[in-house]
Design a protein around this ligand. Structure first.
Ligand SMILES: O=C(O)c1ccccc1N[C@@H]1O[C@H](COP(=O)(O)O)[C@@H](O)[C@H]1O
Length: 228
């Protein structure tokens, strides 16, 4: 089954909206420059609400072991999303230290950027393909920008991948049809403004993504590396 992730949740109300809508994964951002940033303490307060209804994904950007230790202890995530410039060696070290599946984010603008996925094929469990941030952006992701999904025709699909970057309820059907990802991930597209999630937009996104995956022929097979 293809997976739907709502990222950057930071309040009980919007977390509940994502869970009730049937999101498979809920993402929590640990990156101080992000408007969606959570401290480990705030994450610890939100975590029990998930209670097995979805997988908890901890997003970090070039975090060191100390920061990741605090995040893992507070959230008890089901997987780690590494959204910085983590090397394949760092990805492998994080995976070994926490014994958790790792989603490695790779920025895409053109076909040539797909080369950047090759180095992560042995270390990461999943790829997360996001639009490259604009030059000078404070955030390596979560910018609400999409990339040209047709380049995904050239992707080596030996790892499952999430498609992200500028998705919303209106364009996710095209993204799924063109990119045939194993999952989709959204942050800005379910917000009223950066960091402020909108429950109606969350519900609309989950419904649109679910319908888009259901229409795909042939359907997306389950990934060989399932999450726990
Ligand atoms: O959401 C953030 O603030 C964020 C910060 C730093 C790195 C990644 C971040 N979010 C991830 O970016 C993509 C795309 O988001 P958007 O839908 O275009 O806003 C998604 O994978 C988020 O998890």
């Amino acid at each position: 089954m293809a997976l739907i992730k709502i990222c950057g949740l930071s309040t009980p109300e919007t977390l509940e909206a994502a869970l009730a809508a049937g999101a498979d994964m809920v993402g929590f951002v640990f990156f101080a420059k992000s408007p969606r940033h959570l401290t480990p303490e705030r994450a610890a307060a939100l975590a029990p609400r998930v209670a097995g209804r979805a997988r908890k994904i901890a997003l970090s950007v070039d975090a060191d072991d100390g920061a990741l230790d605090a995040i893992v202890e507070a959230l008890a995530p089901d997987a780690l999303q590494l959204h910085g410039r983590e090397s394949p060696e760092r990805v492998a070290a994080v995976k070994a230290r926490y014994r958790l599946p790792v989603f490695k984010a790779v920025g895409v603008s053109t076909r040539a950027d797909l080369q950047g996925t090759q180095a992560h094929r042995t270390g990461a469990d999943w790829l997360l393909l996001d639009a490259k941030p604009p030059k000078g952006s404070a955030l390596p992701g979560g910018n609400g920008l999409a990339f040209d999904w047709t380049v995904l025709g050239d992707l080596d699909r030996s790892l499952p991948f999430m498609l992200s970057g500028g998705l919303d309820a209106a364009n996710v059907a095209d993204a799924v049809r063109i990119g045939r990802p194993d999952g989709v991930d959204v942050s800005s597209g379910v917000e009223d403004r950066p960091g402020v999630k909108n429950p109606d937009r969350i519900r609309a996104f989950v419904a649109a993504a679910r319908a888009a995956f259901a229409r795909l022929q042939p359907p997306i097979p389950p990934p060989e590396t399932p999450l726990r």
